[in-house]
Design a binder for this molecule. Structure first.
Ligand SMILES: NC(=O)C1=CN([C@@H]2O[C@H](COP(=O)(O)OP(=O)(O)OC[C@H]3O[C@@H](n4cnc5c(N)ncnc54)[C@H](OP(=O)(O)O)[C@@H]3O)[C@@H](O)[C@H]2O)C=CC1
Ligand SMILES: C[C@H](CCC(=O)O)[C@H]1CC[C@H]2[C@@H]3C(=O)C[C@@H]4C[C@H](O)CC[C@]4(C)[C@H]3CC[C@]12C
Length: 336
């Protein structure tokens, strides 16, 4: 197969699919896709190497069959990237369990998923500020399906794009919503994921690798995800547990909430949420270690972080219209 010269993955340093670790259900699709791609790789069985031609070819294939009939939880699915992931999974014929706070929005997304061909679609509404709710969602999957193949952790609580105003309660709340609930859902889901040799997909951000101004609490929650889930990945491998952990490092994406929060400050154009959602699903299904999306901006940023951090810091600030930030007042009693 001729690999296209300019391909999102050719710029990406993320590890491609690790064929050795692919579970039974992934193997079926990997085999079909390999045949379709006529890769002819001499590297089979895959060594897991970054430049394995078979893996690179597979990364360019579309993943519909792989998710057919699989049982997938998507959090933060009432809008933005989570909503788009729900639609892609529905088109692929997966069973989806969606969650967020707003019931009316979730009902609409579920209806559309059913129209698009989901094997089944349902929702549970509630707030991820509480770890009890996080556990309840996983319980719902267990009661409904008796198992789980993929856990996509995507929701975030509301945050501000502004100078940090000293609001410690906001930081605590955001840590609970954006980080602790991810841990709680993972702990509850692990027995089912071990059984199915399934996947955990964690939606993070460039903010979880490189700090920029105006995102202090949000960035802290995303750095926490990297620490926790990268450590967990090690432990799963050490214990020969075949559950993959994919960390998705996203740049600026054109969701309504993101554009509303930053378009007056960030100069670059956002990447499309539909493609972003598909790349997240693909990276999870292919059990990639990390996804960088859009690779053309995320990968250079991560390279500069290690080789020219001060230059990168300057670049980040110069890419913002700082004069457009309207400082919010400090919270009462913060001493500011
Ligand atoms: N858009 C971007 O530019 C980028 C996004 N990302 C990441 O992508 C992911 C999705 O972002 P995006 O689609 O833009 O976000 P959206 O704001 O569009 O969606 C957030 C989702 O989380 C839900 N949510 C909000 N608060 C809570 C809560 N307390 N409990 C449970 N669910 C909640 C929302 O629904 P509801 O309000 O109904 O609860 C909604 O479904 C996030 O992890 C984000 O960090 C990373 C980098 C860039
Ligand atoms: C403030 C936004 C959340 C708005 C809300 O809660 O309603 C943030 C959600 C995603 C953030 C962006 C992101 O994660 C990618 C970039 C990371 C850089 O470090 C800063 C710019 C980002 C575009 C960042 C900006 C804030 C968000 C849109």
């Amino acid at each position: 197969m001729q690999l296209t010269a300019v391909n999102i993955y050719s710029f990406s340093l993320s590890t491609p699919a690790n064929c050795r670790a692919a579970p039974r259900w992934a193997g079926a699709w990997l085999g079909a896709a390999a045949a379709a791609a006529s890769c002819g790789s001499t590297e089979e069985p895959c060594t897991g190497g970054v430049w394995c031609r078979l893996c690179t070819a597979l990364s360019s294939a579309s993943p519909p069959e792989m998710l057919r009939g699989k049982r997938v939880i998507v959090t933060g699915a009432s809008s933005g990237i989570g909503e788009q992931m729900a639609y892609h999974l529905a088109r692929m014929g997966a069973h989806v369990l969606l969650t967020a706070r707003t019931e009316a929005k979730l009902q609409k997304v579920v209806d559309k998923c059913l129209d698009l061909g989901a094997a089944s679609a349902r929702y549970v509404s509630g707030s991820m500020e509480s770890t009890a709710f996080a556990e309840e969602v996983v319980k719902e999957a267990e009661n409904t399906w008796g198992g789980l193949d993929m856990l996509i952790l995507n929701h975030i609580g509301h945050s501000f794009f502004d100078f940090f105003n000293g609001d410690v309660d906001h930081v605590r709340k955001l840590m609970e919503t954006n980080f602790l609930s991810y841990v709680a859902m993972t702990v509850s889901a692990l027995p089912m994921l071990k059984e199915s040799e399934g996947s955990i997909v964690v939606v993070s951000s460039v903010s979880g690798k490189v700090a920029s101004p105006f995102t202090a609490p949000y960035s802290a929650t995303k750095f926490a995800l990297e620490g926790f889930f990268s450590s967990l990945r090690h432990e799963l491998i050490i214990e020969n547990v075949n559950v993959s952990v994919t960390l998705c490092i996203l740049g600026y994406i054109n969701t309504e909430s993101a554009v509303r929060a930053v378009s007056h400050v960030i100069k670059e154009a956002p990447a499309p949420k539909e493609e972003c959602a598909l790349e997240i699903i693909r990276s999870g299904a292919l059990r990639q270690r990390e996804l960088h999306y859009p690779a053309s901006t995320v990968t250079p940023i991560l390279l500069l972080r290690d080789f020219a951090p001060e230059f990168l810091d300057g670049l980040i600030r110069s890419n913002m219209r700082v004069e457009n930030i309207k400082r919010a007042p400090p919270p009462q009693g913060s001493g500011h």
